[in-house]
Design a protein around this ligand. Structure first.
Ligand code: PLP
Length: 399
C-alpha cells in the first residue's frame, strides 16, 4: 500500500479544490476568449471575470464594491503594489499638503513581500519604522499610534502572521489610521477565509489576498483598493483592471479565485470551530513532548496554525524525518528554509537563535482529521526522541 500522506503545510500552499477546478475548466476550452473581445466566448469570459470580482468583493464585507477589487498575480504583487503605490502617493503629497510624506510604519514580522518592498523604498530615501512585536508576535494599536508622524504615508500591518499564526488587532489599528488620516494596508493572505475580514468595519484602505492559500491556483491574487484612493498603476499597457493593472486577464485563475473565496467564506465559522478544536488537540499533544514551547499567541491565533520549538533539535532534520513518515510540514517560513537563517518572525518574538532554528510549523486545513492529528503527534514524538538520542549536543544540555 502506498504511504498515506498527511498534508500539514496549508500556510505554504493549498490544493486546488474540486469545486474550484470545475469552475475553472470551461475557461480553458469553450470560453477561452479574450475578455476584451466582442464575440460570445470573449463576452462569456468577461462576464465570468465580473462575477469573480463580485464574489471577491462580497468576501471582504457587505459594503465592498466590485470596482474596489483589482486582480493581481498573487500576494507578493499585491503587497508590492500597495506599499510602493502608497509610497508614491506619499512622495507626491508635497504638491498638495506641502509636506513630504516619506515615512512608513510596518512591523518586524511582516512577510518578505512587504519587508523587502519597504527596504527598496528605504534605498530611495523613505524612512521605515519596523514595530517590534510582543513575545506572542502581536503589535498594538497604541504602538502604531505612537509611531505615526505628519510624514507618515502608510501603515502596513498584516492581519495574521504566516509563521506563528498570530492575529493582529487590525480593526483597532485601522481606527487609529483613519483618525490620523493615514492609509492603512493589511496583508490578509493568511486571514481571508480563515477569520472574518470586513474592510469597512476594520477601516482597511488596501488589502492583499492570494488564491493559492485558499484552494485557488498559484499565481492569482487580488488587491482591494478603497474607492477614492488613486493608487498609481502597477502595470502599464492595456485598459484591463481599469487601466491600473494591464495585461490580458488570467480568466481561469480569476474564476477559480472567485469560487474559492465564495467557498471559503460560506463555511468559515464551522470550519474555524472544527479546526480550532483540532489545532488545540495538536498543541496539547506536542507540548507533552519534553522541552517544547508554543510559538505565537495561545489565544489570538489562526484556527489552523501550530508552531512549536523543540529544544535540541534542528528544525530541518525534524522535517526530513517527518517527510519519511509521510507528513508535510515546515520549519520557520518556507522561504527561509534552505537559507539556514532562523526565521525573522521568531527572532522578533524574542526567541534565541537556537530555539528559532528548532521550530516546527504545522498548518492544518479542511481535510485534516482527528486521526491525522493523532498520527502527527506520534510521528513528531518518535522523530524527536530519535533525533535527541542521536545528538551529542542534546546529551550534553539535557544532563
Ligand atoms: C504566501 C504569502 C504571501 C505571498 O503570496 P504569493 O501569492 O505566494 O505571492 C504574502 N503574504 C503572506 C502573509 C503569505 O502567507
Amino acid at each position: 500500500m502506498p504511504q498515506k500522506i498527511i498534508y500539514a503545510d496549508n500556510a505554504a500552499t493549498t490544493a486546488v479544490s474540486r469545486s474550484v477546478l470545475e469552475a475553472m475548466l470551461p475557461f480553458f476550452t469553450e470560453d477561452f476568449g479574450n475578455a476584451s473581445a466582442v464575440y460570445k466566448t470573449g463576452r462569456n469570459a468577461a462576464r465570468a471575470v465580473l462575477k469573480a470580482r463580485e464574489a471577491a468583493a462580497a468576501a471582504l464585507g457587505g459594503n465592498t464594491e466590485p470596482r474596489e477589487i483589482f486582480f493581481t498575480s498573487g500576494g507578493t504583487e499585491s503587497d508590492n503594489w500597495a506599499v510602493k503605490g502608497a509610497a508614491a502617493l506619499g512622495a507626491a503629497a508635497v504638491r498638495t499638503a506641502f509636506v513630504q510624506k516619506r515615512h512608513i510604519v510596518t512591523t518586524a514580522v511582516e512577510h518578505h513581500a512587504v519587508l523587502k518592498s519597504c527596504a527598496a523604498l528605504e534605498k530611495q530615501g523613505f524612512k521605515v519604522t519596523y514595530l517590534p512585536p510582543d513575545e506572542f508576535g502581536r503589535i498594538t494599536a497604541e504602538q502604531v499610534s505612537a509611531a505615526i508622524t505628519p510624514e507618515t504615508c502608510l501603515v502596513s500591518v498584516m492581519t495574521a502572521n504566516n509563521e506563528v499564526g498570530t492575529v493582529m488587532p487590525v480593526a483597532e489599528i485601522g481606527a487609529v489610521c483613519r483618525e490620523r488620516g493615514v492609509l492603512f494596508h493589511t496583508d490578509a493572505v493568511q486571514a481571508v477565509g480563515q477569520i472574518p475580514v470586513d474592510v469597512d468595519k476594520m477601516n482597511i484602505d488596501l488589502l492583499s489576498l492570494s488564491g493559492h492559500k485558499l484552494h485557488a491556483p498559484k499565481g492569482i491574487g487580488a488587491l482591494y483598493v478603497r474607492k477614492g484612493i488613486e493608487l498609481p498603476p502597477f502595470m502599464d499597457g492595456g485598459s484591463q483592471e481599469r487601466g491600473r493593472r494591464a495585461g490580458t486577464e488570467n480568466v481561469p485563475a480569476i474564476v477559480g479565485l472567485g469560487r474559492a473565496l465564495t467557498d471559503a467564506v460560506s463555511d468559515l465559522s464551522e470550519r474555524a470551530e472544527r479546526l480550532t478544536a483540532l489545532r488545540d488537540e495538536l498543541i496539547r499533544g506536542l507540548l507533552a513532548i519534553p522541552e517544547t514551547r508554543l510559538n505565537g499567541s495561545p489565544t489570538n491565533r489562526l484556527p489552523g496554525n501550530v508552531n512549536i520549538s523543540v529544544r535540541g533539535i534542528e528544525g530541518e532534520s525534524l522535517l526530513l524525518m517527518l517527510d519519511m513518515k509521510g507528513i508535510c510540514a515546515s520549519s520557520g517560513s518556507a522561504c527561509a528554509s534552505g537559507s539556514g537563517e532562523p526565521s525573522h518572525v521568531l527572532l522578533a518574538c524574542g526567541l534565541p537563535r537556537e530555539l528559532a532554528q528548532s521550530s516546527l510549523r504545522l498548518t492544518i486545513g479542511g481535510d485534516t482529521s482527528a486521526e491525522d492529528v493523532a498520527a502527527i503527534v506520534i510521528a513528531v514524538s518518535e522523530s524527536v526522541e530519535k533525533l535527541r538520542s542521536l545528538s551529542p549536543y542534546w546529551q550534553r544540555i539535557s544532563h
